[in-house]
Design a binder for this molecule. Structure first.
Ligand SMILES: [Zn+2]
Ligand SMILES: [Zn+2]
Length: 557
């Protein structure tokens, strides 16, 4: 990072993740030489990261300044806001503030990582005020698709900002109340310099709707289904789980949970006093004791995740549950962009087994609402908070630009669209004043790597090109002591006669290349390796128009 010269009297905003993609939300504020972090989430890796499921924001910038880090606020317990903590909190070791449900989820996660055992989590509630260094934080309740979500008003000597986190304006949520309009208006009266917030649905006109309508929709839909019902949804959507339970009860059905994350999320919900009006869930072992028309299964895996319960049941790979003709699977969630192919695969497996699939777009009943604000809700928020500046975050470039356009159409004085790494001065005349390096980390089973690590870059190439390995044994005089060995991966089938002949020809090509080199040239490993590598690649390129990754080993005896 070059020339980051911050004036300690001013207030700055610096997103290190989440402002160019969905996920990896990681936002910083700077004032009087100190930093405040808001959210620290994961992102899901796509096919550009073979072997990787999870991406993390690179915390290096903040780690280098951790002595000046006042702490970290987590707005809610969605993975894209909290998921990086178990991996990376040990590199920051800072105080954490979050609401009780988020704290419960986080403690469960931390209990599985020994390095996080000494983390201090301070529980706060909406309405609370906390001082951390030069920052005073006020927590404001907002409605979202997970309990106990808060927005944060950050107050400093340089001004007051509203960092929204994820929210919508559900007029009658089934868990917690609606977004706290009164508090936002009061802060608006006192003056909000900047609103920094959710762009997920900024391109969508209208309103996101209400979870209460989903309860009605599910109740009506269940009334039309005779056999066993399975509903898949986000495990953390406790409001949805309650809607499913109430819809089930309306038709004399009992609910069983299927999938680990549903068990842990519902345990956190019960810890926090939610789901009190919902009867105990049916034990998994008792499912077969009841007739199909008495059962609703709540199942994890609405995004088609290969290891989640739904995909496994659909593949016939889940002990204790088999879907069959007469069963109905209801998708009470929308695909996160990028997950469509996985979801389709699950649906096709279900349909193959004779299962009826109902998705949010294939029924006239309302069975899903988004937890993110659409345009009419953004307009209300701008109207309540009256910020002079709007900074769209939480989304891909198109989502951020959509909120920017919409904010301008709402006569917001100033709009700045950040990139990850943009250093934005919020006080005085707001502008981007610098840029810091950002990056992503990739989580493997046993290690965490930079996402541009050579191992991942090579793996990505190998997917498309295959490999050639050549071993050449040379004697003291530089002559071949044995025929060259050639093996390939991802190119040929060695058991196929024609392919085996190509590999044999490659060996002859190798011998020809060596023959064309002088004895002096053959004395150099580097030269021999390079000549053989180029020759082999040229050979395959001529044959297949592909440039495989080629390695050449030289053994001298
Ligand atoms: Zn989010
Ligand atoms: Zn969220």
């Amino acid at each position: 990072m070059k020339n980051l010269n911050l004036d300690s009297k001013e207030l700055y905003f610096l997103p290190l993740g989440g402002s160019e993609q969905f996920g990896v939300n990681f936002n910083l504020y700077a004032h009087k030489g100190q930093w405040l972090a808001i959210d620290f989430g994961i992102g899901f890796a796509d096919e550009r990261y073979p072997g990787i499921d999870i991406l993390l924001p690179d915390p290096q910038f903040l780690e280098d300044r951790r002595d000046d880090l006042a702490g970290l606020v987590v707005t809610h317990a969605h993975e894209d806001h909290v998921g990086a903590l178990p991996y990376l909190w040990p590199r920051l070791k800072c105080p954490i503030w979050c609401t009780p449900f988020t704290a419960s989820v986080l403690r469960r996660k931390f209990s599985e990582s020994p390095e996080c055992r000494d983390a201090v989590i301070t529980e706060v509630n909406a309405g609370d005020k906390v001082k951390a260094g030069p920052f005073t934080m006020h927590f404001v309740h907002v409605a979202h698709s997970i309990p106990d979500t808060v927005a944060v008003v950050v107050e400093t000597k340089a001004g007051r900002i509203l960092h929204s986190g994820d929210w919508n304006l559900d007029p009658s949520p089934v868990i917690n109340g609606p977004t706290d309009e009164k508090s936002i208006k009061e802060f608006g009266d006192r003056g909000i310099m900047a609103y920094i917030g959710d762009s997920t649905n900024a391109g969508v006109p209208g309103r996101s709707g209400s979870e209460s309508d989903v309860e009605k929709g599910l109740t009506a839909l269940f009334g039309e289904i005779e056999g066993r019902i399975a509903v898949t949804m986000f495990a953390s959507n406790i409001g949805r789980l309650r809607s499913i339970c109430r819809a089930a009860r309306a038709h004399g059905r009992h609910v069983a949970l299927v999938g680990r994350s549903l068990h842990s999320m519902s345990a956190s919900a019960r810890d926090c006093g939610y789901l009190g009006d919902v009867p105990p869930f049916l034990d998994f072992e008792d499912i077969d004791d009841l007739p199909p028309e008495k059962i609703v299964l709540a199942v994890t895996g609405s995004q088609g995740e290969a290891r989640a319960a739904l995909a496994r049941i659909a593949r016939g790979d889940y002990e204790g549950i088999k879907f069959r003709r007469g069963d109905t699977v209801v998708f009470s969630a929308r695909p996160i962009p990028g997950n469509e192919a996985h979801i389709n695969e699950v649906c096709n497996n279900l349909v193959d087994a004779g299962v009826r699939v109902v998705s949010w777009h294939s029924t006239h009943h309302k069975i899903h609402v988004s937890g993110h604000p659409c345009q009419d809700e953004l307009a209300d928020m701008y109207h309540w908070a009256r910020p002079a500046l709007v900074i769209p975050v939480h989304g891909e470039r198109a989502n951020l630009e959509a909120q920017a356009d919409f904010a301008r159409s709402c006569q917001i004085e100033n709009v700045i669209v950040p990139r990850n790494g943009s250093v934005i001065r919020l006080s005085g005349r707001p502008e981007i004043v610098g840029e810091v390096e950002t990056g992503l980390l990739a989580v493997e089973q046993r290690r965490v790597l930079p996402s541009d690590h050579v191992a991942i870059v090579e793996r990505r190439k190998l997917q498309y090109t295959g490999t050639i390995h050549v071993t050449i044994v040379l004697d003291r005089r530089g002559d071949l002591a044995a025929p060259p060995q050639v093996s390939t991966m991802g190119l040929f089938d060695p058991d196929d006669k024609k392919d085996a002949r190509v590999i044999a020809d490659m060996k002859i090509e190798c011998e020809d290349i060596l023959e064309d080199l002088s004895r002096d040239q053959r004395a150099s490993d580097t030269l021999v390796q390079e000549e053989v590598r180029i020759g082999m690649r040229r050979y395959i390129n001529g044959l297949l128009n592909m440039k495989p990754k080629t390695t050449v080993h030289i053994v001298r005896i």
